[in-house]
Design a protein around this ligand. Structure first.
Ligand code: PEP
Ligand code: MN
Length: 346
């Protein structure tokens, strides 16, 4: 069960609810968010009686019984889609979101050229890794602080919001200083200490599905971030590991639709890591729009053959421009579907 307190509920009101719940034999886990306090209830007892009793108490906005193991991120807790505000944009709203840019920030010239081109083609958010999770310790590990500074420069020049990866809880504060969205890579989806730190960081988080993780595990990881105080989580399907080798990963496209049924959090598709092949990025992007993703995150590089990471799956600039034009009619249909859903929800 989860109890959401009203905005500005008083301390005595909150304490009163906690005591009442404990009288019913439950344990209390309260989350003090920036705007309101939410109280999670764990344990066993007479749920119906507890719910009825608590609902009538002063300061309580709503009390909901939630059967899923993930509470705050479940549709049962919040049926309407969450809007995540980033740089004047509402992710999860009625605008399709395009995040684009190189796998790694490599130089000023590379990031500025890419940023200007993707902004002109219609992207709203620039991606680019400054801290890179690489399989080999001998591969390029990222420009780190220098890379973050270049991303800031690209934002100043283009107005694009910035998404970049943070790999360690030690770096959360630093990366949050430069990024509008903190990306958590597939390899860190279950780094619970990092997830807890993100709960306190005050920046939206894009959580990528682990390469061997189930949809439920992805949602449980999102629950970590929200349960520790940060409700602004965006989920990302980026392919999972299977026996198939024709693609780098196997895109679990149905996971996008499944997530839209299970959670109110926005869902983004990464067709680049899901396929590992640039020729497959446009068709998979179309599928992402059609299935109702809230946006895409796509790797783009001015010269993919020279990229220090993920060149084979990166579009060059003309290919990205062509894909943006090709996606237009699909995005138009996507908008119509969004409006129909919004009308149906009223
Ligand atoms: C990336 O976005 O460049 C990346 C490393 O992605 P993932 O964590 O999905 O492998
Ligand atoms: Mn990459």
């Amino acid at each position: 069960m989860v109890i959401s307190m009203r905005l500005h509920a008083t301390r005595p009101e909150i304490d009163g609810v906690c005591e009442r719940v404990q009288d019913f034999g439950y344990r209390v886990h309260s989350i003090v968010g920036e705007e309101r306090v939410v109280i999670g209830i764990v344990g066993t007892g007479d749920v119906t009686a507890c719910l009825e009793s608590v609902e009538a108490m002063p300061g309580v906005e709503k009390a909901v019984r939630i059967s899923a193991p993930y509470k705050f991120v479940s549709k049962e807790f919040k049926p309407e889609k969450s809007l995540i505000r980033v740089n004047g944009l509402d992710i999860g709203g009625d605008e399709f979101i395009m995040m684009a840019g190189p796998c790694s920030v490599e130089s000023e010239k590379q990031i500025m050229e890419t940023a200007e081109a993707v902004a002109k083609a219609g992207a709203q958010i620039l991606r680019g890794g400054a801290f890179k999770p690489r399989t080999s310790p001998y591969d390029f590990q990222g420009m780190e602080l220098e890379g973050l500074k270049l991303l800031r420069k690209a934002k100043e020049a283009t107005g694009l919001a910035i998404i970049t990866e943070v790999m360690s809880d030690r770096d959360v504060e630093l990366v949050a200083d430069y990024a509008d969205i903190l990306q958590i890579g597939a390899r860190n989806m279950q780094n619970f200490s990092l997830l807890k730190t993100l709960g306190k960081c005050g920046r939206p988080v894009l959580l990528k599905r682990g390469m061997s993780s189930t949809v439920k595990e992805l949602l449980m990881s999102a629950e970590y971030v929200t349960a520790h105080g940060n409700p602004n989580v965006i989920l990302c399907e980026r392919g999972i590991r299977t026996f198939e080798t024709v693609t780098r990963n196997t895109c679990d496209i149905a996971a996008v639709a499944a997530l839209n049924e299970l959670t109110h959090l926005p869902v983004i598709l990464d067709p680049s890591h899901a396929t590992g092949k640039r020729s497959l990025v446009p068709p998979l992007s179309r599928a992402g729009v059609a299935i109702g993703a809230d946006g895409l995150i796509v790797e783009v590089h001015p010269c993919p053959s020279k990229a220090v990471s993920d060149g084979a799956q990166s579009l060059d600039i003309p290919q990205f421009e062509a894909m943006m034009i090709e996606l237009k009619p699909y995005i138009q249909l996507w908008k119509t579907a969004r409006m129909t859903e919004a009308v149906a929800a009223v």
